[in-house]
Design a protein around this ligand. Structure first.
Ligand code: NIG
Length: 420
């Protein structure tokens, strides 16, 4: 077992949960951000953090020369398994057309026709882009297959990539859109998703998701899919309140979903319902490093790049935090509404446009994502956490917002291994 000492850290955001202040839940304390710090990685985990002057000896040493170190981004919402391009749809939107979920069908056609090898190469390329931008924990979804065989193929690919350590979490999104071959037979498709398709896909994924929105699945259909997923042992996620008050938030909070994502259109009652879920038990359970899928609050996951790319009203992240709701920031990388995996850009946007402080945005993109994925091993740099480091070419993390759009990712370690 070799150890590596990393020094020359001007600002170290451990966000260590052991240093949370119970009187100020969700807030970052001074002790969670160390100046002039060092850390030691051993066996892929954080073994020590502290003042540089007290650093212990190690087998190898790296001097970062006075740079800020953050936990790697935890991107809890992406759709990486797809082929095809929808630049024309995007251009039309910038010319005034509004987003309609119909483009999912265009991507579904392209994805169904892609070979297994090509699809795998595409996903690997997208993962590499995400990691190059500081993402070290990454969820992805099926949802551009929409037949039993094509959803199974996407789930098997995602699951293989989880086994290989390329991805971290896989989600079944057969309920993304009613495919055109089921036009006028939506209920038959819902029965298929919650029946045969779920049975085939469930062994390969940890989560089930549904697009609860007018034009996709109504709350009753969404509930059928989610309840079937829960009965199959999957954790619940919801695309909700993206285009209107779809009922997705109400459903997610009622069923104990781990996350409801988008949340652009919220009434006071939705915000209250989300905040109320923070009272749920978060006691660790299940495998080490993971919580039971239903232990904890329904996290409101906001998707700033998607809001920009669809010219939607920004999700009310400020109001959600003020009400005490748990908030995560994710990229929603997909070919329709958010063709970017740049989490730093999302964090910058959350600060500049959604009125979060840097500490709030940074925490939402690390610990928030981890909570939305019910993981305790990522999103922070406490002792025993996965050694997932995002080194900025800047002395302080505020430079992410102060220098918007600049390529500030300097070096990335994932599970203790420096990424190319
Ligand atoms: O999260 N809203 C539903 N699903 C994706 C968009 C899918 C698409 O348009 O291809 C999202 O934004």
């Amino acid at each position: 077992m070799t150890s590596t000492l990393i020094s020359g850290i001007s600002e170290l955001w451990t966000l260590d949960p052991a240093l949370d202040d119970p009187a100020r839940p969700g807030e970052t304390t001074d002790e969670q951000v160390r100046r002039d710090a060092a850390l030691v990685i051993e066996d892929g985990r954080i073994a020590w953090t502290g003042p540089a002057a007290e650093a212990p000896p190690a087998d190898a040493a790296v001097d970062l020369g006075g740079r800020a170190v953050l936990p790697g981004w935890v991107d809890s919402h992406s759709h990486l398994v797809f082929d095809g391009d929808r630049a024309a749809e995007f251009e039309a939107r910038m010319a005034g057309q509004s987003y309609s979920a119909g483009g999912i069908g265009v991507t579904t056609d392209a994805t169904r026709s892609a070979s297994d090898e090509h699809l795998r190469e595409l996903v690997l390329g997208r993962i590499a882009e995400a990691v190059a931008g500081g993402t070290t924990c990454l969820e992805t979804k099926t949802g551009y297959g929409l037949t039993v065989a094509d959803e199974l193929r996407a789930a098997e690919l995602a699951s293989a990539l989880v086994q290989e350590g390329q991805l971290d979490e896989a989600t079944f999104l057969g309920a993304h859109l009613v495919p055109r071959e089921f036009a006028d037979r939506a209920q038959e498709y819902v029965d298929l998703v919650s029946g045969e398709m779920l049975t085939a896909v469930a062994p390969h994924v940890r989560w089930i998701d549904v697009f609860c929105e007018a034009g996709a699945f109504d709350p009753g259909q969404s509930e059928q899919v989610l309840r079937a997923g829960a009965a199959a042992g999957l954790g619940l996620r919801v695309h909700g309140n993206q285009l209107g008050r779809s009922g997705g938030v109400a459903l997610a909070t009622e069923l104990g979903a781990a996350s409801v994502d988008h949340v652009n259109h919220l009434a006071a009652a939705d915000i209250e319902a989300l905040a109320a879920t923070t009272a749920r038990d978060t006691a660790p359970g299940g495998r080490p490093g993971r919580l039971a899928v239903d232990a904890g609050p329904t996290v409101a996951t906001v998707l700033p790049a998607c809001d920009l790319s669809t010219r939607a009203p920004f999700a009310p992240a400020r109001e959600l935090l003020d009400a005490g709701a748990a908030v995560a920031i994710a990229s929603n990388c997909n070919p329709g509404t958010s063709y970017t995996s740049a989490m730093s850009f999302c964090v910058t946007t959350a600060v500049l446009q959604m009125h979060l402080s840097l500490a709030e945005a940074l925490r939402a993109a690390t610990r928030g994502g981890a909570l939305a994925l019910r993981r305790t091993d990522v999103g922070h740099l406490g002792i025993g956490a996965r050694a997932d480091l995002h080194v900025l070419d800047a002395p302080a993390a505020i430079h992410l917002a102060y220098r918007p759009g600049m390529p500030l990712t300097h070096r990335v370690w994932r599970r203790g291994i420096e990424q190319p």
